[in-house]
Design a protein around this ligand. Structure first.
Ligand SMILES: [Zn+2]
Ligand SMILES: [Zn+2]
Length: 140
Protein backbone atom coordinates (compact mmCIF):
# COMPACT_ATOMS: atom_id res chain seq x y z
CA UNK A 1 0.00 0.00 0.00
CA UNK A 2 1.16 3.55 -0.70
CA UNK A 3 2.45 5.50 2.27
CA UNK A 4 3.00 9.24 2.23
CA UNK A 5 4.66 11.35 4.88
CA UNK A 6 4.94 15.07 5.32
CA UNK A 7 5.77 17.89 7.68
CA UNK A 8 5.41 21.63 8.13
CA UNK A 9 8.21 24.16 7.70
CA UNK A 10 9.33 24.05 11.36
CA UNK A 11 8.81 20.30 11.78
CA UNK A 12 6.36 20.49 14.73
CA UNK A 13 3.66 18.91 12.59
CA UNK A 14 4.23 15.56 10.94
CA UNK A 15 1.73 13.36 9.18
CA UNK A 16 1.29 10.05 7.43
CA UNK A 17 -1.28 9.07 4.86
CA UNK A 18 -1.83 5.59 3.51
CA UNK A 19 -3.51 4.41 0.36
CA UNK A 20 -4.18 6.50 -2.70
CA UNK A 21 -5.68 9.98 -2.72
CA UNK A 22 -9.22 10.32 -4.02
CA UNK A 23 -8.02 13.16 -6.22
CA UNK A 24 -5.14 15.62 -6.53
CA UNK A 25 -6.49 19.06 -7.40
CA UNK A 26 -4.98 22.44 -8.11
CA UNK A 27 -7.30 25.25 -7.02
CA UNK A 28 -7.14 28.92 -7.93
CA UNK A 29 -10.11 30.11 -5.86
CA UNK A 30 -9.70 33.34 -3.90
CA UNK A 31 -9.57 31.50 -0.56
CA UNK A 32 -6.78 29.22 -1.79
CA UNK A 33 -4.83 32.17 -3.15
CA UNK A 34 -5.05 34.05 0.14
CA UNK A 35 -4.32 30.89 2.13
CA UNK A 36 -1.20 30.07 0.14
CA UNK A 37 -0.05 33.61 -0.52
CA UNK A 38 0.43 32.60 -4.15
CA UNK A 39 -1.70 31.79 -7.18
CA UNK A 40 -3.07 28.41 -6.16
CA UNK A 41 -2.96 25.47 -3.81
CA UNK A 42 -2.39 21.85 -4.76
CA UNK A 43 -4.10 19.38 -2.48
CA UNK A 44 -4.38 15.60 -2.25
CA UNK A 45 -7.72 14.49 -0.85
CA UNK A 46 -7.64 11.39 1.33
CA UNK A 47 -10.21 9.53 3.39
CA UNK A 48 -9.73 11.12 6.83
CA UNK A 49 -9.16 7.82 8.61
CA UNK A 50 -6.17 7.12 6.34
CA UNK A 51 -4.35 10.19 7.69
CA UNK A 52 -2.55 10.55 11.04
CA UNK A 53 -1.36 14.00 12.10
CA UNK A 54 0.95 14.65 15.07
CA UNK A 55 1.54 18.10 16.58
CA UNK A 56 -0.44 21.18 17.57
CA UNK A 57 -2.65 22.57 14.83
CA UNK A 58 -4.36 25.93 14.63
CA UNK A 59 -7.68 26.07 12.74
CA UNK A 60 -9.61 28.65 10.81
CA UNK A 61 -13.14 28.06 9.49
CA UNK A 62 -15.33 29.92 7.01
CA UNK A 63 -18.44 29.33 4.93
CA UNK A 64 -18.00 28.37 1.29
CA UNK A 65 -20.16 30.09 -1.30
CA UNK A 66 -22.17 26.84 -1.43
CA UNK A 67 -22.93 27.11 2.30
CA UNK A 68 -20.69 24.34 3.60
CA UNK A 69 -18.17 24.94 6.37
CA UNK A 70 -14.53 24.85 5.35
CA UNK A 71 -11.84 24.38 7.99
CA UNK A 72 -8.17 24.98 7.30
CA UNK A 73 -5.58 23.55 9.69
CA UNK A 74 -2.15 25.14 10.07
CA UNK A 75 0.92 24.49 12.16
CA UNK A 76 0.35 26.64 15.26
CA UNK A 77 4.05 27.46 15.30
CA UNK A 78 5.12 28.22 11.72
CA UNK A 79 1.77 28.63 9.96
CA UNK A 80 2.27 26.07 7.19
CA UNK A 81 -1.10 25.02 5.77
CA UNK A 82 -1.39 21.29 6.50
CA UNK A 83 -4.89 20.30 5.44
CA UNK A 84 -8.39 21.51 4.69
CA UNK A 85 -11.77 19.92 5.43
CA UNK A 86 -15.20 20.65 4.00
CA UNK A 87 -18.50 19.60 5.61
CA UNK A 88 -19.68 18.75 2.10
CA UNK A 89 -17.36 15.70 2.27
CA UNK A 90 -17.04 15.23 6.04
CA UNK A 91 -14.99 12.03 6.07
CA UNK A 92 -12.22 13.43 3.90
CA UNK A 93 -9.37 15.86 4.26
CA UNK A 94 -7.11 17.48 1.72
CA UNK A 95 -3.39 17.60 2.47
CA UNK A 96 -1.30 20.43 1.04
CA UNK A 97 0.88 18.65 -1.49
CA UNK A 98 3.81 21.00 -0.92
CA UNK A 99 4.16 19.74 2.67
CA UNK A 100 4.63 16.15 1.52
CA UNK A 101 8.15 14.70 1.70
CA UNK A 102 7.82 12.80 -1.55
CA UNK A 103 4.62 12.82 -3.50
CA UNK A 104 5.73 9.76 -5.45
CA UNK A 105 3.33 8.89 -8.22
CA UNK A 106 1.05 11.87 -7.56
CA UNK A 107 0.24 14.44 -10.20
CA UNK A 108 -2.34 17.18 -10.55
CA UNK A 109 -5.43 15.51 -12.04
CA UNK A 110 -7.76 18.46 -12.15
CA UNK A 111 -7.58 22.27 -12.04
CA UNK A 112 -10.52 24.08 -10.44
CA UNK A 113 -11.53 27.75 -10.30
CA UNK A 114 -9.31 28.29 -13.33
CA UNK A 115 -11.30 31.49 -13.99
CA UNK A 116 -9.74 32.96 -10.82
CA UNK A 117 -6.17 32.12 -11.82
CA UNK A 118 -4.10 35.32 -11.66
CA UNK A 119 -2.32 36.18 -14.91
CA UNK A 120 1.08 35.91 -13.19
CA UNK A 121 0.53 32.33 -12.00
CA UNK A 122 2.00 30.28 -14.81
CA UNK A 123 4.91 28.00 -15.47
CA UNK A 124 8.18 29.74 -16.27
CA UNK A 125 8.44 28.54 -19.84
CA UNK A 126 8.78 32.03 -21.26
CA UNK A 127 11.01 33.51 -18.57
CA UNK A 128 14.52 32.85 -17.26
CA UNK A 129 14.56 29.73 -15.12
CA UNK A 130 17.23 28.61 -12.63
CA UNK A 131 17.62 25.21 -11.00
CA UNK A 132 18.48 26.95 -7.71
CA UNK A 133 18.55 30.44 -6.21
CA UNK A 134 20.81 32.39 -8.58
CA UNK A 135 23.31 35.06 -7.50
CA UNK A 136 21.33 37.51 -9.59
CA UNK A 137 19.73 40.44 -7.78
CA UNK A 138 17.30 42.94 -9.27
CA UNK A 139 18.83 46.12 -10.65
CA UNK A 140 17.37 49.42 -9.54
ZN1 LIG B 1 5.47 24.21 11.81
ZN1 LIG C 1 -9.66 26.71 -3.52
Amino acid sequence: MNKFSGKCLCGEITYYASGSPVVVAQCHCEECRRLSGTGHTVGAMFVAEAVTVTGILSEYSYSSDKGSKVTKAFCANCGSPIYGMNTRLPDHLTLSLGTMDEASGLDVEVVIFERDRPHWDRLGEEVASFAEQPDWIPED
